[in-house]
Structures are given as structure tokens and as C-alpha cells.
Write a protein that binds this ligand. Structure first.
Ligand code: ARG
Length: 565
């Protein structure tokens, strides 16, 4: 049994005995809570329900129950008003928690309920020939952290980059390139140049509608497999992908597939045919759509009036393909909340097509990155490029390290971990639906609620262990209040993993490591860890356990933990 549940069930068992086996229900067990204020014990049981049953005041019941419990796992059990409060025996509780972590190491906090099942995650998914923006950063880091969390729950994951590499805009891009493009410039500076061409096309198109026609016909040629169109498109795609991969390398994030929208090109007719067979396809304004009136949604556009397929058609084909290929238990789409109608439509249409697995598809939305309180927009130039941000963060981290620890070896290596970690942590520390204000200064602050703060606590703990010269660790109990605060937090880690998984919410882990780092810093300030006395081995074992859990928590977020910085 897991530590996080077994103390609860110890308390539940004790309560059950004193209440009477036949009266105790699982529902009552669920009433057991962890009081926020530790003065009210480690676990607390409210007696209101029992009071109703026995027709006696809850205070009386609480007192009776508390008196009847004599389990050595608890230092004391006392009634406080209508509550029964249990205080763990710190020595036995601490030993179980800390020694378990020392034994399980990085596996501590893992669950097995996902074993044998697969979760498919669609994340990052930038659009080729366009800059990789801070918005795509959100999808990338949230998606990658969620994949780690799913794996921690025992699932196999398939990480898919659904590149935006198909659609009428590529006809426009080809046409723009043919008119104004230069191979040399694109080779040197691919995405900015392709993007410039695209923006220019948009501008000139307004005054010259013939351009629109030209772009459309290039896309038609592309769809029909015209040699020149395909060659140019492939080139744009390759150079874009190379730039994206530079960013993924910096973040150390990988994908199992880069099956972008174009991958579904030959799979869309089948979708349209199926929709037709099921009688779901209707013609409206010469376009083919699936009506979703009853669901309160706008019609889902399957084919435009010129016969071109859409973003939605490709997502329908992708859904079917992914189910057929992976038989997923869940398919997560980590995409900004502005696309929530799109995903509602796609999931609904798949359901109407008779796919029971459509109910296992989940849109995991997130808020925006703001600059000075306003939405960042690629068009309006209020855009911050992720790569520049990462490089700037690394530069500043290096400056910090040079000031604090000039003799550190491998400064560049540590600066990379800290700079990248700062940007990632800043994104993950608040709930994904919150908008985030962009501030490099906030991200890199060693004192604030930041990645570097957590990494610094980790490095400090590592340095204590190095100084101790110990290599083997065992915990046999500590009495002080600061270490007890740490034990309780360490104990909560598996529960936090579960919570993060259930809510698709990496911020649970980010807040957790921050809190644990703070508790450690407090401990470090209050207690002389390296002092030679009989508690020294337990203190060092505690510090070792902290390093294990901090490192693992950061790993789940996609952040490295440098041992020195
Ligand atoms: N390329 C899209 C964008 O940047 C995101 C794609 C998300 N994934 C999907 N299956 N639709 O907005």
C-alpha cells in the first residue's frame, strides 16, 4: 500500500473500530481531511454525520471516539469540538516516508494505474514558415510536462507534433516566393524571410484580388502533387523544421512523431465519404459541412466551396488515424483556449460518426502570454520570439552565476539549465488557464517564486551532502518542527502527482517543488544539519530525500537540476 494512503487508512481503521464496523462507511473515510493548520493535527475527522446517526451532539461523539483510539502510530488522538484530531508519531511516520524515498529514489511518487494503456498527446504543433512564438512555448512545455506526468502514472505516451504544414496559406506563400522571394536569403534566415513574404502577400492582396486567385491556384497545384509546388513546399517545411528543432534541443524536448496536417492529405477523402454515408454531410453555400445545431455549435466545415479541405477535416482524419494506430485510452490536445470551439466540433463530429472513443479526447486549453497586458500578436509586431528569450535567459543566468560562484566548473552548462529552467518554470507555476505577463526579470529572480530558486535549493542541499562525506543514508526520526514540515511535504508528493494527472495540471507540481524548496531553506536556516550528534544521520537522510524529490519534481516539469550553480 502507498504511504500516502496508509496513514489515512490507519486512522480510518482506528475510527472504524471505535465507531463499530457495521456503522462505518467508505463515505465516512472520505471525510478524513488534512487540517491546514498543523496545530489541529495531521489528520482530522469531522463527526457531524455520526452525530446525526446517533442523535447526539458531535462534540460528545468526537470525545468518545478520541478516547477509544490507542494506536502506537499516533502520538496522540484528541477531540477538539466536533473533530477528532490525530497526531502522527513523528518518528515512525518520518521513518516510513523518508526511508521509502531513499529506497525508491526517482520512482517515488509513481503510480501503476496507467500500465498497459496509452495516452496520445498532441502539443507544440507550430505552423511552418511562421515564427515559433511564446504561445507555442506554452503548448510545448505544458504538453511535455503532461507527458512526463502521464508516464509517472504508468501510461505509455505518444508525443505528436501536429505541424501546421498544410492549407491554402501555402499556396499564397509559394506565389509570394515566386514573385518576390530569394533562395539565398531564405537559406540564411529561413523563417523570418518566409514570414516576411507571407505578410507582404497579405498586404498586396488587399489591393490586388488577382493575387488571391493566384495563391489559390498554387495550393490546388500543391494538392494535386505538381512537381514545382511540392518541391517548394517541402523546402519551406524542411528549413522551418530545422529551426524548430533548434528550440526543441534547447528545451531538451522530443517527439515520437512529426505527423503534421499534410500527413492526412490522403486520408481525408475517406472521412468525407464516411460522413456522407452516415448522412451527416450537407451542402451549404456550395461548401460541405456537418451541422451541429443541436449541440449549440457552429457547423463544422469539411470542404470549402472550392473543394479544399480544412483544418477541421485534417483533425478528424488525425483522430481516426491515431485511434486506429494506438488504441489510446486518452488523446490530449494541448492547444490555446481560443481553439476550444474547434475541438468541441471535431470531437462531436467524431462521436456522430459512431466512434465511441471520441469521449476519450480532451482539449487541454491554456491562456495567453501577455506583453504589457496585451495579447502578443505576430501580425502587429508585438511578438517575442522564444529563441531570443531562451538565449537571453541563458546569458543572464550566466551573469548571475559568474557573480555568485565564479569558480564553478562548467558554468555554461549550469547557465543553460538555469536559463531554460527559469523560462519553463515561469510558464508552469500558475494554472495553465491564467494569462501570463512576460517578464524576463521575474523569471530569473533567484529569490522569487522561480525555477532558479528551486534549483538553488536543490544545489544547496547537494552541497550539504557533499560536505558531509556520507554515502549511505538512513532515517530514524527527528523531533524538531521544521523537519516535520518537510516530512509531511515529502509524504504528499505521490498525491500531488495524482492531482496533476487528474487535472492535466503541471502547476500542482511546480507549486509543490517551490513549497518544498522553501521548507528546506527554512530548515537550513534553523538547524545545523552537519553538527555531530545522534540526529545527524537522520538529518542527512532527510536532506538526501529532499534532493531526490526536488530533482524528480523538476524532471516532471522538464527542468534540469544542477548540483552546483
Ligand atoms: N498549428 C496549430 C496552431 O498553431 C495548432 C495545432 C494543434 N493541434 C491540432 N491537432 N489541431 O494554432
Amino acid at each position: 500500500m502507498d504511504v500516502q494512503t496508509d496513514f489515512k487508512s490507519l486512522f480510518a481503521d482506528a475510527l472504524k473500530k471505535s465507531v463499530g464496523e457495521d456503522l462505518w462507511t467508505e463515505e465516512m473515510e472520505r471525510l478524513i481531511e488534512q487540517p491546514k493548520n498543523s496545530a489541529y493535527g495531521d489528520l482530522s475527522f469531522p463527526c457531524f454525520q455520526l452525530a446525526k446517526h446517533f442523535r447526539k451532539p458531535p462534540q460528545e461523539i468526537a470525545a468518545k471516539l478520541a478516547n477509544a483510539i490507542h494506536d502506537p502510530a499516533f502520538e496522540k488522538v484528541e477531540a477538539l469540538g466536533p473533530y477528532v484530531n490525530a497526531f502522527f508519531d513523528r518518528k515512525s511516520f518520518g521513518s516510513r516516508v523518508v526511508n521509502r524515498i531513499l529506497r525508491e529514489k526517482g520512482n517515488y511518487g509513481s503510480w501503476s494505474f496507467g500500465e498497459g494503456k496509452t495516452i496520445v498527446l498532441d502539443f507544440s504543433s507550430p505552423n511552418i514558415a511562421k515564427p515559433f512564438s511564446m504561445g507555442h512555448l506554452r503548448s510545448t512545455v505544458i504538453g511535455s510536462a503532461l507527458a512526463n506526468i502521464c508516464e509517472k502514472a504508468g501510461y505509455r505516451t505518444v508525443k505528436i507534433n501536429h505541424l501546421g504544414d498544410w492549407g491554402t496559406q501555402f499556396g499564397k506563400l509559394i506565389s509570394a516566393y515566386k514573385r518576390w522571394g530569394s533562395e539565398e536569403i531564405i537559406k540564411v534566415n529561413p523563417i523570418p524571410e518566409l514570414f516576411r513574404l507571407y505578410v507582404r502577400f497579405h498586404e498586396e492582396e488587399k489591393a490586388n484580388p488577382a493575387l488571391t486567385e493566384e495563391g489559390r491556384s498554387w495550393f490546388k497545384r500543391l494538392e494535386d502533387g505538381d512537381e514545382e509546388a511540392v518541391r517548394l513546399w517541402k523546402w519551406f517545411r524542411d528549413v522551418s523544421l530545422e529551426e524548430f528543432q533548434r528550440i526543441y534541443r534547447l528545451l531538451e524536448i522530443g517527439f515520437d512523431e512529426y505527423t503534421g496536417e499534410s500527413f492526412y492529405n490522403d486520408k481525408m477523402d475517406a472521412i468525407a465519404r464516411q460522413l456522407e454515408e452516415k448522412g451527416l454531410l450537407v451542402t451549404s453555400d456550395q461548401a460541405e459541412v456537418v451541422m451541429l445545431e443541436e449541440e449549440g455549435l457552429p457547423p463544422c466545415l469539411i470542404r470549402k466551396s472550392d473543394g479544399a479541405t480544412t483544418y477541421a477535416t485534417r483533425d478528424l482524419a488525425a483522430g481516426v488515424y491515431r485511434y486506429q494506430t494506438y488504441r489510446f485510452a486518452k488523446a490530449l490536445y494541448v492547444v490555446g483556449h481560443e481553439q476550444s470551439v474547434h475541438f468541441k466540433q471535431v470531437f462531436k463530429v467524431l462521436e456522430k460518426m459512431g466512434n465511441p472513443w471520441a469521449k476519450d479526447m480532451v482539449h487541454v486549453p491554456f491562456g495567453l502570454y501577455l506583453k504589457d497586458g496585451k495579447k502578443m500578436s505576430t501580425r502587429k509586431g508585438r511578438v517575442i520570439l522564444l529563441e531570443e528569450v531562451l538565449e537571453e535567459a541563458i546569458r543572464q543566468a550566466l551573469k548571475n552565476i559568474e557573480a555568485k560562484n565564479p569558480r564553478l566548473e562548467n558554468k555554461e552548462e549550469a547557465a543553460k539549465m538555469v536559463g531554460v529552467g527559469a523560462v519553463v518554470f515561469h510558464d508552469l507555476k500558475s494554472h495553465r488557464m491564467n494569462n501570463i505577463e512576460f517578464s524576463l526579470e521575474d523569471m530569473l529572480n533567484f529569490e522569487g517564486e522561480t525555477g532558479p530558486y528551486v534549483q538553488y535549493a536543490f544545489a544547496r542541499a547537494c552541497s550539504v551532502l557533499r560536505k558531509s562525506g556520507e554515502e549511505t543514508f538512513a532515517f530514524s526520526g527527528l523531533k524538531d518542527g521544521e523537519s516535520w514540515e518537510i516530512v509531511k511535504r515529502l509524504h504528499a508528493f505521490p498525491e500531488k502527482v495524482l492531482q496533476a494527472f487528474n487535472g492535466y495540471d503541471p502547476s500542482v507540481i511546480a507549486k509543490y517543488v517551490l513549497d518544498l524548496a522553501k521548507a528546506f531553506n527554512k530548515y537550513y536556516g534553523a538547524v545545523r544539519i552537519l553538527e555531530t550528534d545522534e540526529e545527524r544521520p537522520s538529518r542527512l537522510a532527510l536532506v538526501k530525500a529532499i534532493t531526490i524529490v526536488l530533482e524528480e519534481g523538476l524532471r516532471l516539469l522538464g527542468i534540469k537540476a544542477p548540483e552546483q550553480m
